[in-house]
Design a protein around this ligand. Sequence first.
Ligand SMILES: [Zn+2]
Length: 628
Amino acid sequence: MSIYEELGLKVGLEVHRQLDTRRKLFCGCSASPSEGSGPRLRITRYLRETQSELGEVDQAARFESRRMRRIVYEFSPASSCLVELDEEPPHPLNEEAVRIALTVALMLKARPVDEVHVMRKIVIDGSNTSGFQRTCMVALGGELSVDGLRVPIQTITLEEDAARIVRSDADEVVYDLSRLGIPLIEVSTAPVLNSPSEVTRTAEAIGRALRATRGVKRGLGSVRQDLNISIKGSGLMEVKGVQELELIPRVVEYEVRRLRHLLILIEELRSRGVRPEAVESQPIVDLTGVFEGSSSRVIRRKIGEGGVVLGLRLPGFAGLLKGEGDVRLGRELSEYAKAWGGVEGIFHSDELPGYGIGEEEVRAVRETLGAGERDAFVLVAGREQKAREALEAVRSRAAQAVYQIPDETRAALADGTTCYMRPRPGSARMYPETDIPPFPVSRELIEEIERSLPPPLESVAASLMKRFGLSSQLAWEVIDSEMLEEFEEIVRLGVSPSVVASILTEGLKQLRREGAPVENLTPAHIRGYFALVSRGATAKESALPVLAELAKNPSLTAEEAVERLGLKAPPLEEVVAFIEELVGAVPQDERRSAAGRLMGELMKRYRGRVDGALLNKLLMERLGAQRP
Ligand SMILES: [Zn+2]
């Protein structure tokens, strides 16, 4: 039994991917908006919680509206209309998007619904101007075979992408509207995945199934994975926004370490006899007086700005906040403080004295809070209202630490760890969208889509191997590189298929490892570069430096990058003249044996600019021609 099975790890996967339609889901705006084009306009709004039709207030909604941040939308009339601004009712569902979603459904053996009904899902962080996201289920059930493992698909859903966050701070959040309304497909599996590698392979398999439709967008930002993770005894963690496949196992492993640690803490706190009520009843105490003239820069600055220092005793928690490695209760409490109070962070007793807070101050804090040896404490410096809200959140999370791990919505971070975002939304958040008529899914439509289902990628791989002589591994790498279309196009220009394949796969991976921002490369860059190679304007050996240059300066054309790096091929006459000069300098009878040395000199001069095979051919011709 693996450690994950023993812990009862269960993961459900949701893969979200943008569809490559012409128009957005509910209006006529382009689904491939170019950001930053046209005039930029701004509007400002505030969102408030409202009761659902059942009279409940969603806790996730309450979380956001408590913060009462100003929400600013930036947009350009070229990529957003009145629908995105929520000033005009949405248009009927985009049929092209429904067809792609149905194609995915049939490929995954799911059951399409008879009528697609659009629903509203409350989203109150401001990422949707309307305060909800429109979503509609297209098919149910289905399954995927992942290396022999049968993974049930629960739902296939079509939804609108949210606005992109530009920046945010405690008082204001700014969104760009161009992404709002781009159609997204969401494929969710049942929570049956039991190890990090199963989750990764399933995500990969869903990705391949989606790409096989050739109806989805490619590249970074077009795909996002959410993971629903739990272990035996924990709440459910909804981890949002894992963009890269490679991050999935690290996120799962991190969550497992974190949840295990929190379970161990429950045991430990219980064995210490700590009760949640004892935590809940702790007062929040003003300690500003203790820190007058403190040598902590942060605290001095906060007090100087008119702020206060508040403290909270955590009875029986001594030594439990510092944790193990990257999982720490202190970090959990700090994330609650930031999320609920909008403060920058907390200080806790397991890391003090430190951060400029001295022994004397720690002693005074303990005395004022009545905190003994066995107790921990938490400090927050900032504006009074925020500091108080932060410590209230810390207090309630610490009380839970005694008996449960609460359900949470968390964000995946770039280092493979996660952080708390907000509570999980309740079930009171969905209601019907009455502005949009249902979309009937007729038998004729299903039959039509069934007849034109694209070939599965297995047969695409087989065909790449047969047509271009690629190995199975290289064929799959081309498919997984998401550059299949470019590959086929470039090979038609007459560049060697195995050269193109290895540059598009291994070559780009190498550049990424070396830190080049490969995600900036566009299909136009890549096509443009290989067009130069096919015309002999540069040699294929220049591929990595040129692509790295383009990644760093995406506004350049391939030709400009080649020129900038001095990798442009010289005119053929010049090359020939140089070869003749080299050959001429070698006495007649030594020419045969000099071939290797001369080729070395040519490569030294022309590497990356002129194709090696061409140089060799020209050299051999000259050596042969001048043979007596
Ligand atoms: Zn629009």
